[in-house]
Ligand binder design. Structure first.
Ligand code: PGA
Length: 261
């Protein structure tokens, strides 16, 4: 795992956006896995800025979102579909036909999950997958106990996640109890996973993800088995990492090593 510690959310957002930009310049038809939540919003704002000011072109990009609430139609303001258009898609030149987000109101959820997996395969797999992390250590909606071999499936939300996400709804009771989510194994097949986290409330989860044992109780810890996982976090989110000095040293010196080549 590569651990990059930045001073604040703005800096980590810029770092993540730079990685996406470089990949997009190498491969215009990049297959980009996207996440919702507060964490990636700064990265999306930076990508929007790059599109508007630097002409970063998304016209051939194919996107796959990690998850969607079961029971919320795409037009619902708290649906992840709505979130993605509002925070990114409406502001860049992505082709709507290339956007994939699970649909939480289909009659056959399991068939839809299988269809979603097939779409990822048909697109040639995901090149870069952006991830957040839950305070319970989840990635996407893979809650504690979700199989590390899971594919796209319907998951019951953990109590802590319902509480965390209640801030987006009028009442806690309004938070959907189920979601369609890419599985841990689906996520691990992405060629490059980038996990973002900011704030002290993520410090425990980040420490378990990076330095704890690999366990389905902390599904993000499965990223330890990924050949190319980059963890980009701010200082408060890094505060419980025992080896944070080492990660900083490696980050600084690796750059020098490569620029000297
Ligand atoms: P957040 O959610 O970015 O809103 O903190 C992250 C997550 O639950 O994966």
């Amino acid at each position: 795992m590569e651990v990059i510690i930045k001073t604040d959310k703005e800096e980590l957002s810029k770092e993540a956006a730079q990685i996406v930009k470089a990949a997009l310049q190498r491969k215009p038809n990049l297959v980009l896995g996207l996440a919702t939540g507060s964490t990636p919003v700064g990265t999306y704002q930076e990508l929007i800025r790059m599109h508007k000011e630097e002409g970063l072109d998304f016209s051939k990009v194919v996107t796959f979102n990690l998850d969607e609430y079961v029971g919320l139609p795409p037009s619902h303001e708290q649906s992840y579909n709505y979130f993605m258009y509002d925070n990114l898609f409406n502001h860049i030149n992505v082709n709507p036909q290339n956007i994939h987000i699970p649909n939480g109101v289909v009659p056959d959820l399991d068939a839809h999950c299988e269809w979603y997996e097939r779409q990822i395969q048909k697109a040639g797999g995901i090149d870069i997958q952006i991830l957040g992390i839950g305070s319970d250590g989840h990635i996407a909606f893979n809650e504690p106990g979700a199989s590390l071999a899971s594919r796209t499936h319907v998951e019951g939300l953990a109590e802590s996640t319902i509480k965390d996400n209640a801030r987006f709804f009028e009442r806690e009771e309004d938070v959907p109890r189920f979601a369609i989510t890419m599985g841990v194994a689906t996520i691990l097949e992405a060629r490059h996973c980038i996990l973002l986290a900011n704030g002290e409330n993520k410090a425990d989860a980040v420490a378990k993800c990076v330095e704890g044992p690999i366990t389905s109780q902390i599904t993000s810890s499965a990223l330890q088995m990924h050949p190319k996982a980059t963890i980009i976090i701010d200082e408060p989110a890094a505060s419980k990492l025992e080896r944070r000095k080492h990660y900083k040293w490696v980050y600084e010196n690796k750059r020098k090593l490569y620029s000297a080549q």
